[in-house]
Design a binder for this molecule. Structure first.
Ligand code: HMG
Length: 388
């Protein structure tokens, strides 16, 4: 039985900044941000969007009634959790009106958690072929104003439906993975911004990629010529290219040209949104699938990396007519409706945070065009609304 991605969509807030303008404000050369880092724009989450609303909006855009009847497992991957105890999946389950006969959980391992969720979902579908699993990967990446990591911030979510006989991509059986206890990036529970050893994190990303890719080749006997394209976790779009460069001479000149060309396509949305942590690899997959037609039956390789650290390489096969099941128009509308804000406006939004002392707050959701918003906080409980 084939198991894999039946639907996939994303959501990002309606506000963004231009990286050329951020570079000028930070007294850097704009090319450092746009070429050296590879980011053109960065999504900015208003206070009315949190990881729950981002994820709920991503799923709201792609689910129909049949999906809602079949989904009996919601897995929420995030490193921007809003509660130590209750899972963010339960809020989304409610906001989307999913059936009560379902499991809902949250998973964490930095940017890697959605990949673990996919592997868990595969097992669930193998045992329950008529059901569907909803995976949410949602984060707001925050390093702080005027920090080296600032240029790699972002906000957004990806929603994925995993099922039997998937219409977009069937996942292959072999995947290779690795864990090592390292401190390249982490966020202690008392901090709302990440701590990071930037250069070390880049080195570890590459070394994890090299290790899982080599093991994958040994296990499967496959090589570069067997892959139409490779997608990477993209903390910033130059990062995946650095990893690809370490292997692209393993194949022919044609392999190298094809993989570099598709790599550029796979960075399209990430260049305009920034790092969305758990969803970044899947935003890259969406960029690839939606921006350039690939042959049915093409094999796509995926490298997932979550600091701390866990890495995994796995692959999928594109299904016949997969493009008919994408939400390209909706995603183009989302980009077209975004508003650019100035750097001072972004800085003001960045510093606006929810109370942590138990006080209540009502938020103005009329300025946020998203259907699902955070409307406030009362008695230590977040108040969500679905305007549609
Ligand atoms: P930095 O020190 O400000 O930048 O931090 P730099 O000096 O290394 O410059 C960056 C690049 O721009 C360099 O290119 C420069 O040469 C180039 P590279 O040598 O790397 O190819 N450059 C220029 N290019 C063109 N024209 C110019 C110019 N000037 C310079 N004029 C850093 C960069 C990424 C370290 C920083 O932004 C950071 O710490 N980011 C956060 C950490 C991160 O994203 N790490 C990635 C790997 S870890 C990961 O992926 C996991 C993560 O997503 C978290 C999770 O798992 O939850 C982060």
């Amino acid at each position: 039985m084939k198991i894999g991605i039946d639907k996939i969509g994303f959501f990002t807030p309606h506000l963004y900044i231009d990286m050329n303008k951020l570079a000028l404000a930070r007294k850097e050369e704009p090319e450092k941000y746009t070429i050296g880092i590879g980011q053109d724009e960065m999504a900015v989450a208003p206070i009315t969007q949190d990881p729950v609303t981002l994820a709920a909006n991503a799923a709201f855009n792609i689910l129909n009634d049949d999906d809602k009847k079949a989904i009996d497992f919601v897995i929420f991957g995030t490193e921007t959790g809003i509660d130590h105890s209750k899972s963010a999946a339960i809020y989304v389950h409610h906001l989307l009106g999913l059936k009560p006969e379902a499991r809902s959980i949250e998973m964490k391992q930095a940017c890697y958690a959605a990949t673990a969720a996919i592997q868990l979902a595969k097992g669930h579908i193998a045992l329950n072929p008529d059901s569907k699993v909803l995976i949410l990967a949602s984060d707001i990446a925050r390093y702080g104003l005027n920090t080296p990591g600032e240029v790699t911030q972002g906000a957004g979510a990806v929603a994925i439906v995993i099922s039997a006989n998937p219409r977009i991509m069937a996942l292959e059986e072999t995947s290779t993975y690795q864990t090592d206890d390292i401190m390249d990036f982490w966020r202690p529970v008392y901090s709302d911004t990440a701590y990071v050893d930037g250069k070390y994190s880049n080195e570890k990303y590459i070394s994890f990629f090299s290790s899982v890719w080599n093991t994958y080749k040994e296990k499967t006997g496959l090589g570069l010529s067997d892959f139409e394209a490779l997608c990477y976790h993209l903390p910033y779009t130059k990062m995946g290219l650095k990893a690809l460069r370490t292997i692209y001479d393993e194949g022919t000149e044609a392999d190298k040209e094809r993989l570099v060309d598709y790599y550029q396509t796979s960075t399209t949305y990430n260049r305009r949104i920034g790092n969305i942590y758990t969803g970044s690899l899947y935003l890259s997959l969406l960029s690839l699938l939606e921006q350039k037609p690939l042959k049915d039956g093409s094999r796509i390789g995926l490298f997932s990396y979550g600091s701390g650290a866990v890495g995994e390489f796995f692959s999928g096969i594109l299904q016949p007519d997969y493009r008919e099941h994408l939400f390209i128009d909706k995603h183009m509308e989302l980009f077209a409706a975004r508003q650019e804000i100035s750097i001072p406006e972004y800085e003001k939004i960045f510093e606006e945070v929810l109370p942590v002392d138990g006080s209540s707050l009502d938020l103005d959701v009329t300025k946020d065009p998203a259907p699902i918003c955070l409307a406030g906080i009362k008695d230590h409980m977040r108040q969500y609304i679905n305007k549609k």
